[in-house]
Design a protein around this ligand. Structure first.
Ligand code: ADP
Ligand code: MG
Ligand code: MG
Length: 247
C-alpha cells in the first residue's frame, strides 16, 4: 500500500531524512519509534506534502500512485489520513462542513456519489457516538477551544468518518491521560484494524502500543530506519533506550 524508497528530504537547507526505506502492506500496523529530532514528524510532513519539506531523492508510492507528485488534497482524496501531534484549529469552519467536504472528495476519487447533508449526518452521528463525542462539538469550528484530549478524540471521529485506507498518526498519544489513551487506542483498532487498511503510528513511547499492537516496530534514527522488529522491539526500546539499539 505504501512504499517509501531511499527517501531523502531537507527542511530548509538541512538534510533530515537520509535514505529512509519502508514498506507497508494492507492489514498491517507499523510503529515508528525513535529519539527526539530523529525525523519522525518530518516523515509525516513529507508524506502529507507540507510546504517547506523538500524531497531531494527517492520515491513514495501509495497504492501504486506516485504520492510525491500529488497535491496534499489529492493525497487525502486518495485515502491518506494524517493526524498530527498538534492538530490545527480552523476558525469559521465547522467540523461537519470540513468532514463532509473531505469525505465527499474521497468518494469522488473512488467514483462514488457524494453524500447528502442528511446521509452525512447519519455517518457523523454513528462515529461521534462510538467515540462518546457530543454532536454539538461536531458542529463547532474545527478544534477551536478544544482541550488536548478533545482534539485527539475529535481526530478519531474525523478518522472514523473519513474511513481512510492509510492513517499516519504522529504522537497521537502525546499529552493524553490514561482514559483518553484508551479512547484513542480503541478508535484506531475499531476503525483501522482491517485487512484493507494500514496504519503508521509514530510514537515516542511504548504506552499506546499496549492498546494498539503493532505488527512491526521500526527505529528511526538520524533520518533512516536503523532497526525493524515485532511488537517486542518496542518493549526493548522502552527498557534499554534508543542509544543501545539504534545502531
Ligand atoms: P522528531 O519528530 O523525530 O522528534 P522532527 O522531524 O520534528 O523530529 O525534527 C527532525 C530535525 O529537523 C530536528 O533537528 C529539527 O530541529 C529539524 N526541523 C524540523 N522541522 C524544522 C523546521 N521547520 N525548521 C528547521 N528545522 C526543523
Ligand atoms: Mg519530537
Ligand atoms: Mg515529532
Amino acid at each position: 500500500m505504501l512504499q517509501i524508497t531511499n527517501l531523502h528530504a531537507n527542511v530548509g537547507d538541512k538534510p533530515i531524512l537520509k535514505g529512509l526505506t519502508l514498506s507497508l502492506n494492507a492489514g498491517e500496523i507499523h510503529a515508528i519509534m525513535g529519539p527526539n529530532g530523529a525525523g519522525k514528524s518530518t516523515l509525516g510532513y513529507v508524506l502529507s506534502g507540507r510546504p517547506g519539506y523538500e524531497v531531494t531523492e527517492g520515491s513514495v508510492t501509495f497504492n501504486g500512485e506516485d504520492l510525491l507528485g500529488m497535491e496534499p488534497h489529492e493525497r487525502a482524496a486518495a485515502g491518506l489520513f494524517l493526524g498530527f501531534q498538534y492538530p490545527v484549529e480552523i476558525p469559521g469552519v465547522s467540523n461537519v462542513q470540513f468532514l463532509r467536504e473531505a469525505l465527499n472528495a474521497q468518494r469522488k476519487h473512488r467514483g462514488e456519489p457524494p453524500l447528502s447533508g442528511g446521509e452525512f449526518l447519519k455517518v457523523a452521528r454513528e462515529q461521534a457516538g462510538a467515540l462518546g463525542m457530543d454532536m454539538d462539538m461536531l458542529k463547532r469550528p474545527v478544534n477551536v477551544g478544544f482541550s488536548g484530549g478533545e482534539k485527539k478524540r475529535n481526530e478519531m471521529v474525523q478518522m472514523g468518518i473519513i474511513d481512510p485506507a492509510l492513517a499516519i498518526l504522529d504522537e497521537t498519544d502525546s499529552g493524553l491521560d490514561i482514559d483518553a489513551l484508551r479512547v484513542v487506542g480503541d478508535g484506531i483498532n475499531r476503525i483501522m484494524r482491517r485487512p484493507d487498511k494500514a496504519v503508521l503510528l509514530i510514537t515516542h513511547y511504548q504506552r499506546l502500543l499496549d492498546y494498539v499492537k503493532p505488527d512491526f516496530v521500526h527505529v528511526l534514527a538520524d533520518g533512516r530506519i536503523t532497526r525493524t522488529g515485532g511488537a517486542e522491539l518496542a518493549l526493548e526500546l522502552e527498557r534499554d533506550g534508543y542509544k543501545e539499539l539504534a545502531a
